[in-house]
Design a protein around this ligand. Structure first.
Ligand SMILES: [Zn+2]
Length: 259
């Protein structure tokens, strides 16, 4: 399949780490991205959100990522283009974040909420400018959806549906049921790079299950080994038994500390 971003100066981001856009972002300079009109804009920005999801995985967090961008407009509200033939669109990246629930010991540290908070600090305003778009790899939960509306984000684009908590359509449809009194989300698009966004979570939990299995097996081996040694010990004189027992206890402690 040909790459959807044909601009030679922009590479389609993969889910691996290391991207110059975010290095520049850390220096508090909002990076801008010029994309050709014909390109799939959502595909490109969801790639950046996927990159954030990978950062979460690297820290042992459930891999969910979010970014917020705004399309640059002229004073009259018309879309800004980088040249007179209006063949390109300019976007500014306002925020990027990934899930940090475990790191922050905070159930509200979802990728979307952190991206919203960080971005508001960056732009110095909790009301996001018109044309702001929030990209998230997973369908927002009720908490994040309410926050997206409170921060006045106009457009939501998500990757995979969330069967357990999806508040847009999968688990519940809060956008139409509980409308925000002052702010209406202008558009919602789901299923952008759905397979990749869902797959990264499936692979994460598979790996975690395998690690847990290995951990359990390791513990069982220690128990079996302990039982064998106990039987051997009983055959020895009391003095030798005490000596060996203390050595074995140190061994078990060492294993439990995963040294
Ligand atoms: Zn959430």
């Amino acid at each position: 399949m040909p790459p959807l971003i044909s601009n030679s100066t922009i590479s389609t981001p993969s889910s691996s780490s290391g991207n110059s856009i975010f290095k520049r972002f850390k220096r508090d300079v909002y990076p801008t991205v010029d994309l050709p009109y014909e390109n799939n804009i959502d595909h490109y920005f969801m790639g950046l959100a996927l990159q954030q999801a990978q950062y979460a995985w690297d820290k042992g967090e459930v891999p969910i990522g979010a970014i917020i961008v705004r399309e640059c407009t002229n004073d009259d509200g018309s879309i800004q283009s980088t040249n007179s033939t209006t063949t390109r669109r300019t976007f500014q990246i306002l925020s990027a974040a990934h899930n940090k629930v475990e790191t922050n010991i905070d159930a509200s540290s979802h990728a979307e909420l952190l991206a919203l908070r960080n971005g508001a600090q960056n732009i110095g305003n909790w009301r996001y400018p018109p044309n702001s778009r929030l990209y998230t790899t997973l369908e927002p939960c009720p908490m994040c959806l309410a926050s997206i509306q409170a921060f006045r984000i106009d457009n939501i684009i998500y990757g995979a549906p969330d069967n357990r908590l999806g508040a847009i359509k999968t688990h519940m449809n809060l956008i139409s049921v509980a409308k925000h009194p002052y702010h209406e989300v202008k558009s919602v698009i789901g299923g952008v790079r759905e397979e990749e966004c869902g797959d990264i979570i499936v692979r994460f939990f598979r790996e975690r299950r395998e690690l847990k299995k290995k951990e359990k097996k390791k513990m069982m081996d220690v128990v079996v080994k302990g039982e064998d040694r106990r039987r051997d010990l009983l055959k020895l004189p009391l003095e030798k038994r005490i000596k060996r027992s203390s050595r074995f206890i140190s061994f078990v402690k060492k294993v439990l500390r995963r040294e």
